[in-house]
Design a protein around this ligand. Structure first.
Ligand SMILES: Nc1ncnc2c1ncn2[C@@H]1O[C@H](COP(=O)(O)OP(=O)(O)OP(=O)(O)O)[C@@H](O)[C@H]1O
Length: 266
């Protein structure tokens, strides 16, 4: 366990309707860290996020959050009622207690010009930025994003991920995001968790892309084509993804989940 951790996740298991959704998941989320969750459809990524947010409860295991942890969240799907008579500023401020950072937030996300526009007329990319603005208005310590670039074209996707990095740097928050955009994840994230009920592998993008379970899930072609990224950070992760003191050069580390139980699915 790391005393600096914003969230410590220990041996989480989730069983729903007699089906194992998550098995023995453990890792820490540290301040200033960008962790991206990847994995095939149905791997349990959104379920894990819902447990961390406290929307659902684990069958067993613990999630310890730092005192007064503030969390911003952008869900996977968001439907706005066509009849809701509200503009962008009104929507961002809805049910918020801290409102003084509205203009600064709109500028940070390059959407100041949309402030008075009706929410219904926005494009997919504009709406994602508005949802991000809402999530960061109160300057959370942890930002959780469930597939932030869903429904956005390739060009807009790259811009959005660059923006997320900019937000992370400016607000100095941690980011946990789910993504299917492997090329971007591998080029821009600091830590990747490859999830398929259990943590298949955890580490830096370069090492993850060489891991046998990653190649098994995503295919050799994707693994060979992902961009490599060198990232300096001051901590290391144990085999199960938890943080420990830094002991070596990070650039080629691979963290692997060992299969001691034959019932685990890859
Ligand atoms: N309330 C529920 N009751 C039963 N099963 C559920 C429930 N919610 C989710 N599941 C199942 O849990 C599994 C994991 O779903 P989850 O949405 O967490 O996966 P995911 O990795 O986020 O998938 P995707 O990439 O497709 O969004 C799926 O098989 C899903 O059917």
């Amino acid at each position: 366990m790391n005393s600096q951790a914003l969230v410590q996740i220990q041996n989480l298991n989730l069983i729903l309707q007699n089906k194992t959704i998550l098995q023995n998941v453990s890792f820490d989320i540290l301040p200033n860290e960008i962790i991206t969750l990847i994995g095939p459809n149905g791997a349990g990524k959104s379920s894990l996020v819902k447990l961390i947010l406290g929307i659902t409860r684990a069958t067993s295991g613990t999630i310890v959050k730092s005192h007064n942890l503030s969390v911003g969240y952008v869900p996977q799907a968001f439907h706005i009622d066509d009849r809701l008579p509200i503009n962008v500023a009104g929507f961002i401020l809805l049910n918020q207690t801290k409102t003084d950072k509205l203009d600064e937030t709109l500028q940070l996300l390059n959407i100041a010009h949309l402030k008075d526009q009706k929410i219904q007329g926005l494009s997919g990319g504009q709406l994602q930025r508005v949802l991000l603005a809402r999530a960061i208005l109160s300057r959370p310590q942890l930002l959780i994003l469930d597939e932030p670039a869903q429904g956005i074209d390739f060009h807009g996707e790259a811009e959005l991920y660059a923006l997320i990095h900019q937000i992370q740097k400016e607000l100095k928050c941690a980011v946990l995001m789910i993504s299917h955009d492997l090329h971007v994840v591998m080029a821009q994230t600091s830590q990747v968790i490859c999830l398929n009920q259990h943590i298949c592998c955890f580490g830096e993008p370069e090492s993850i892309s060489k891991h046998p379970e990653f190649i098994n899930i995503f295919g050799d072609k994707i693994a060979k084509n992902v961009g490599y990224y060198q990232h300096d950070h001051d901590h290391d992760h144990a085999l199960d993804g938890q943080v420990k003191a830094c002991t070596h050069d990070h650039n080629h580390s691979i963290h692997q989940h060992n299969h001691s139980n034959n019932s685990e699915q890859p």
